[in-house]
Write a protein that binds this ligand. Structure first.
Ligand code: SAM
Length: 501
């Protein structure tokens, strides 16, 4: 119910020009920003059609609903996922469902079209190429790829074998293939929905975008290892890590948000994950020298980000003020991400750390990684998947990028850092010269809106959302831009002191 009230409120404000849709959504403080944004965007897109249906059926008169609320409810009932609320509104809408459906059908007949999308003016319609395939990750903790393929075939889907080229991922309604890069991934047409499917409900399949499967796949911690998932909720990458580890070893997963962590706990249970240890804790406050983390060799860091790679969260800042706000938001997020990255590298036995965002901005991706490598000479980048079509921006071509156009996924970035021997010596040297307070600046979380995947359901939990960050600490963040300068100054000072002595 809260979702529909919030969506109606935002549509109303947007109509009265009180702000851009995206800003209004970010500012709403709603718990599932991605879900809210998708509903608001779609309702707004279909607004003229919805209004005509509402007027033709005299829905407002019969129900006493306000126009914007009626629009979101009619959208979800006729074109969306079906009403997700219960209680009086659902009862009310169900009473009018047949008339609303008939009116929608009448409009399609009149225009000679079959899809809802065709009711929109040509400029607003999505081209089929804009729609992403439906990616299904097979949860190998519960089943095998072959068993899922067999099940799907028996369920009426046509199996087209192993995809060999990107074009093979463009599929007709009931077709599916094995992905060309990731062995546990099956690919279906965008129209395939599995939220009510037995395999989904039983945790045998996870609805996760292909790009979001990259971090655990690339980190690839062996069974029995000690692993940290630093910003873990709602836990799709955690369950993927557990599958890679075959549930053997220890998987420490942290998240600041208790509610999302609770949801994650349920999702992990459904996925059959048993090697996890969840903690509602700020990752930046986790002590790398604590005995319980002394054997941690792998870290997955997927921190809050702008979410600009998510197809439904594309930036739409248009005025100078909005652009300024967006820049400040990115700077704050990048600062937080760099802190997390630096912190992740402090675990004494760390071998590899994978860093990922679903952002398309270099400020949150290549720039963060470059700054981190400058500050941590003991680590270097690992070249990733030679056959992957989209690389990190030069000179960071070892990293991967992903996008709708080049990889048929949401926008994404992944970097894999590993400890190197020469660097390890450099690090020891640096450790002698850097005091602990310099090496570990005060923990800070993003001060502004951030992306966080929805915590509640399937595909939605893989797709990222944007929410308000936990603890604003803008002043402390200022220090992040110049840590290497500070260190150099400190070294010089120490050298001078040593010379004087
Ligand atoms: C991008 S989401 C993580 C998505 C997750 N890796 C997945 O695949 O399902 C970022 C998460 O970081 C959490 N977070 C933000 N600041 C944090 C901090 N300082 N310590 C731990 N978690 C944090 C947010 O609550 C959010 O759940």
């Amino acid at each position: 119910m809260a979702l529909y009230v919030k969506a109606a409120e935002i549509l109303d404000k947007a109509e009265r020009k009180q702000g851009a849709l995206k800003t209004l959504v970010y500012d709403s403080k709603f718990s599932n920003i991605k879900q809210l944004f998708a509903l608001v965007c779609e309702t707004q897109k279909f607004s003229p059609v919805l209004q005509e249906i509402i007027e033709a059926t005299k829905l407002l008169k019969h129900t006493k609903l306000k126009l914007q609320l009626a629009k979101v409810l009619v959208y979800d009932l006729l074109m969306g996922q079906g009403l997700k609320c219960g209680g009086s509104w659902k009862a009310l809408m169900m009473k009018h469902r047949s008339r609303l459906q008939a009116e929608l059908a009448r409009r399609k007949v009149k225009l000679g079209v079959s899809r809802n999308e065709d009711l929109l003016p040509a400029g607003v319609q999505q081209t089929p190429g804009d729609r992403l395939p439906r990616y299904v990750r097979v949860n190998t903790l519960k089943t095998t790829v072959e068993d899922v393929v067999d099940y799907m075939k028996r369920d009426g889907f046509t199996y087209r074998g192993q995809a060999l080229r990107l074009e093979d991922l463009t599929l007709k309604d009931r077709e599916f293939v094995k992905d060309l890069h990731l062995p546990e991934l099956l690919v279906f047409s965008p129209k395939a929905h599995f939220h009510d499917h037995f395999l989904y409900k039983a945790g045998h399949i996870i609805l996760q975008d292909k790009a979001s499967c990259l971090p655990a796949h690339l980190l690839s911690p062996p069974p029995g290892s000690r692993v940290i998932d630093a910003c873990a909720a709602p836990g799709n990458k955690t369950s993927h890590l557990a599958a890679v580890m075959k549930n053997q070893g220890r998987l420490f997963a942290f998240d600041l948000d208790a509610k999302r962590l609770a949801t994650m706990s349920t999702l992990l249970l459904r996925a059959g994950v048993t090697c996890q240890q969840l903690a509602n804790q700020d990752f930046l406050k986790v002590d790398p020298d604590s005995p319980q983390y002394q054997d941690v060799e792998y870290v997955l860091l997927d921190p809050s980000c702008s979410g600009s790679g998510m197809v439904c969260l594309r930036d739409n800042a248009s005025t100078d003020k909005e652009k300024e706000k967006e820049e400040a938001r990115l700077a704050s997020l990048a600062s937080f991400q760099l802190r997390c990255l630096n912190h992740g590298l402090r675990f004494p036995r760390l071998k590899r750390l994978v860093y990922s965002t679903c952002s398309v901005h270099s400020q949150e991706n290549e720039e963060v990684v470059t700054a981190c490598l400058q500050q941590n000479p003991g680590f270097r980048l690992v070249p990733l998947l030679a056959q992957w079509p989209e690389r990190g921006l030069e000179p960071l071509s070892q990293c991967l990028r992903a996008s709708t156009a080049k990889t048929r996924t949401h926008g994404f970035f992944v970097a894999l850092l590993e400890r190197c021997r020469e660097g390890a010596d450099a690090r020891r040297e640096a450790d002698v010269l850097i005091s602990p307070s310099d090496a570990n600046p005060a923990p800070v979380s993003p001060a502004v809106s951030e992306k966080r995947p929805a915590a509640s359901e399937g595909e939605e939990s893989e797709a990222s959302e944007t929410e308000d960050g936990p603890t604003p600490a803008a002043a402390a963040e200022q220090t992040d831009a110049t840590p290497s300068k500070k260190r150099r100054r400190k070294r010089k000072k120490k050298k001078k002191q040593a010379a004087a002595e």
